[in-house]
Design a protein around this ligand. Structure first.
Ligand code: MCA
Ligand code: AMP
Length: 489
């Protein structure tokens, strides 16, 4: 198979990556990647080694991630705001040989004894980067939450990335002429694999807006007429709110070639609102960290609100019952039957790092991956996600959060005797993290939110905290979350 970024051998002067006013052409990016890889090699780091990358808001972050993928290193991208406990877990589990950062001072001491290298500026004497061929080797370890316990490291191979991006290229007519504009973090599939690696695999460009605001995204779009926009539903919601008040924002979006949404369900109401304001019907696509993208509306196909399109060409998809037996589907089948989505294909990950037990629970011997998502499958192949097997998995602003990890963090606070976390429907965030707490000492809600933000990550903090005298429990002593959900209305 070819290299992940085929043009690296013969780079041109076309734009490759831009962050704010700083930009790199393909030729400049190739030189920057060569310098970064030379610096890693000078520190004794070899292809196949794991290297953590602090995904700070800088062009150098993109350089490190692209260079490492091209040269066969295994990147472990880190949220620059990762809380202390979760960071210790990730570094302990992934055991990277080094960390790299655009701004070393900003993360000084955070990685303990682990060396943090600065992403160096390109030098004239760096040997050219020799890209590795895509070979099914690990390329990324991406941490993702489960219902209980600490996040697991999903091992994504270079073949997963290449195969999935090529499927998406066919679905979206994605070419080297496209500039993707997004304001997503670079430590998850959406911003990193699709946004950064996807743009560069096509030979096109990414305009990265490291911190989302509607105005910031609209400004970036004005620089790139006919852009492809990647965003989570929360961002479309906020863009529409802003566009209602400022038509210039709607105009900026109207010029785009495609508006793509994913990471969480886009409400039919928002789908209609985006169309009314911008004239675009949003392309919705559906995926998971472990499988990358499984389904998408096609650029020339039906963009049906509430649906995530058909399976991508190259992905096998079926619905299964509780015993994982396939449901009858398609023509003659029951289009309204709900089953768990199972997928198989070159996009499915290699497994969780150090967690064979967890891998076996989701990936069977025949290569089927069980997503935990519940869906219907229409006779024409359109998939509609209707829920999740576990209500202890939440999606808040497009981030996956496990109720169990937030509960465990709350219980580490000395004033907390008991805690239960649920997701409440939220028009902006999709789901809002609501914590019910039985306190043993006086404490205020903001202090507990700060505690979770500092332990795990700011986006896992409860957005609403309710103090209760006792948690509702059944006869076995299990917390009855349905009763708590009823309280949030
Ligand atoms: C707030 N902040 C705090 C605290 N509260 N910091 C410390 N302590 C606190 N108590 C800080 C935050 O760090 C952040 O800083 C700022 O305040 C705002 O935080 P927050 O309120 O959490 O942000 P928000 O407005 O709710 O963010 C909305 C968002 C965000 C921008 C839409 O949710 C987002 O970026 N979502 C993208 C998720 C994503 O990429 N998912 C892909 C997963 P600062 O502003 O400095 O950061 S991959 C996936 O799901 C699959 C494969 C798929 O299908 O894509
Ligand atoms: P993550 O672990 O962050 O990769 O999140 C994966 C989960 O996000 C999936 O299992 C789905 O529950 C959800 N998801 C992603 N895209 C969509 C979508 N378009 N519609 C509904 N849910 C989605």
């Amino acid at each position: 198979m070819d290299a992940l970024f085929p043009w690296l051998d013969a780079p041109s002067d076309r734009l490759a990556v831009r962050v704010g006013d700083a930009a790199l052409t393909q030729r400049q990016l190739a030189a920057a990647c060569a310098a970064h890889v030379a610096a890693l090699r000078a520190r004794g780091l070899a292809t196949g080694d794991r290297v953590a990358v602090w995904t700070q808001p800088a062009l150098a972050t993109a350089v490190a991630l692209v260079a490492q993928a091209a040269a066969g290193y295994v990147s472990v991208p880190l949220d620059a705001k990762l809380g202390d406990h979760e960071l210790a877990h990730v570094l302990g589990d992934a055991a990277p040989r080094a960390c790299v950062a655009a701004d070393v001072d900003a993360v000084a001491g955070r990685a303990g004894a682990l060396a943090t290298l600065a992403v160096t500026a390109p030098t004239a004497d760096a040997p050219p980067l020799v890209p590795v061929a895509v070979r099914g080797a690990p390329a990324l370890v991406l941490y993702t939450s489960g219902t209980t316990g600490a996040p697991k490291g999903a091992v994504i191979t270079d073949r997963n990335v290449a195969a999935n991006l090529d499927m998406l290229a066919r679905a979206w007519a994605w070419t080297g002429d496209d500039v993707v504009v997004h304001a997503l973090p670079l430590y998850h599939v959406h911003g990193l694999v699709l946004g950064l690696f996807g743009s560069l695999r096509r030979g096109g460009a990414l305009r990265w807006v490291p911190r989302f605001t509607p105005d910031g995204l609209a400004d970036a779009l004005r620089d790139h007429p006919r852009a492809v926009v990647f965003a989570v539903p929360t961002m479309y919601h906020r863009l529409c709110d802003a566009a209602d008040a400022a038509p210039a924002i709607a105009d900026a979006l109207r010029g785009a070639r495609l508006l793509v949404s994913g990471s969480a369900p886009l409400a039919a109401r928002e789908h209609a609102r985006v169309e009314r304001l911008t004239g675009h019907r949003v392309i919705e696509r559906y995926g998971l960290t472990e499988t990358l993208i499984n389904c998408s509306a096609r650029h020339d196909g039906d963009r049906r609100a509430g649906h995530v399109g058909p399976r991508l060409d190259g992905v096998e998809l079926r619905l299964v019952d509780d015993a994982r037996r396939p449901l009858a589907a398609g023509a003659g089948g029951d289009a309204e039957a709900i089953g768990e989505v199972a997928v198989r294909g070159p996009n499915v990950f290699a497994g969780y790092l150090n967690r064979d037990d967890a891998t076996r629970a989701v990936l069977d011997a025949d290569g089927w991956f069980y997503t935990g998502d519940l869906a219907t499958l229409a006779p024409d192949g359109q998939v509609r996600i209707v829920g999740r097997r576990s209500t202890d998995i939440l999606k808040c602003g497009g981030f996956k959060v496990g109720a169990g990890e937030v509960e465990a963090a709350l219980l580490e606070h000395p004033a907390v005797a008991e805690a239960a976390v649920i997701g409440a429907p939220d028009p902006d965030l999709g789901e809002r993290i609501v914590a019910f707490v039985v306190a043993r000492a006086p404490v205020d809600a903001a202090a507990l939110a700060d505690h979770v933000a500092a332990h795990l990550s700011p986006h896992k903090r409860p957005r609403e905290l309710r103090f209760v005298d006792a948690l509702p429990r059944n006869a076995m002593g299990k917390v009855q979350k349905t009763a708590l959900r009823a309280l949030t209305g």
